[in-house]
Design a protein around this ligand. Structure first.
Ligand code: SF4
Length: 268
């Protein structure tokens, strides 16, 4: 018995990634884009704008909204000199505006920032060392949910940073929202959020949760929840990569800013 266990361990070798900061994703991974206005062909830019299924690109100013982008790569094929997707997994922001890439905020080389190191913040706040989260799939297509699961697996091992998913919202510090929020899920989402004790966090993972994605104009979705409650972290991607999910959550844990949502009555 022991021998066979040792044999399995030997065959699997070490699966956990010891230092997530050192992970370099393959060049084919479409991560954080870089924009460059130089010698831009305005006709081709208009073509990109028409081509983009979610209206993520604007011409004046020249921007690409990662909160709407499906990372399909069509715009890069039309304007390869001006729109370039790098393999950087830094796809999160604590603000919605932070997801909008411009020619000005695009460095030539996007370096992965040190995201997984120890918390340097000195002030005490409730989520500095541990985070318990309840996930709500509000009409998601299972892709972001699978990546959230992957973030917890033995390779990425999100639990090493004190971040875990829990079954009950009453035992959690916040809600991780995936999906564009269908009408049927609007009420369960609100009930779940209301059941989380204050102070609480709201985290939008994936383009559907951030902007509605392909379903933004559908009459079958109801996104009024996001007009009432502040989002603390946006993780872009379609779906979001586990490194982006963990990196974003780590940045959130290091951030001193905490917003307390208005008191909610839990509907029974
Ligand atoms: S990669 Fe993003 S911005 Fe470009 S066409 Fe696709 S969805 Fe639009």
């Amino acid at each position: 018995m022991l021998l066979s266990t040792l044999k399995v361990l030997f065959q699997h070798k070490r699966q956990v990634i010891p230092d997530l900061n050192k992970v370099e994703l393959p060049a084919s991974f479409r991560g954080r884009p870089i924009l460059d206005r130089k010698n831009i062909d305005t006709e081709k830019l208009e073509q990109c704008i028409e081509l983009c299924p979610t209206g993520a690109i604007t011409a004046t100013p020249f921007t690409l909204d990662m909160g709407k982008c499906l990372f399909c790569g069509e715009c890069e094929r039309v304007l390869p000199e001006n729109i370039k997707f790098t393999n950087s997994w830094k796809l999160w922001s604590l603000t919605r505006e932070g997801l909008i890439i411009t020619a000005e905020n695009s460095p030539k080389e996007v370096q992965s920032e040190i995201a997984f190191g120890p918390n340097t913040i000195k002030v005490k706040h409730p989520f500095r060392r541990s985070l318990r989260l309840r996930q709500v799939c509000a009409g998601g297509d299972s892709a972001p949910e699978m990546e959230l699961g992957a973030a917890c697996n033995v390779n990425f091992d999100m639990g090493r940073f004190g971040i875990e998913f829990v079954a009950s919202p009453r035992h959690s510090d916040g809600v991780v929202l995936t999906g564009p929020i269908t009408k049927k899920m609007a009420s369960p989402l609100e009930m779940t959020y209301a059941a989380v004790p204050d102070p609480k966090l709201l985290i939008a993972v994936g383009v559907d949760a951030i902007s509605g994605g392909m379903f933004a104009d559908s009459p079958q979705i109801d996104r009024s929840f996001l007009e009432r409650y502040p989002v603390d972290l946006y993780v872009a991607g379609h779906p979001s990569h586990p490194l982006a999910i963990i990196g974003g959550l780590r940045e959130l844990m290091k951030s001193p800013v905490r917003r307390v949502a208005p008191q909610q009555q839990v509907k029974q």
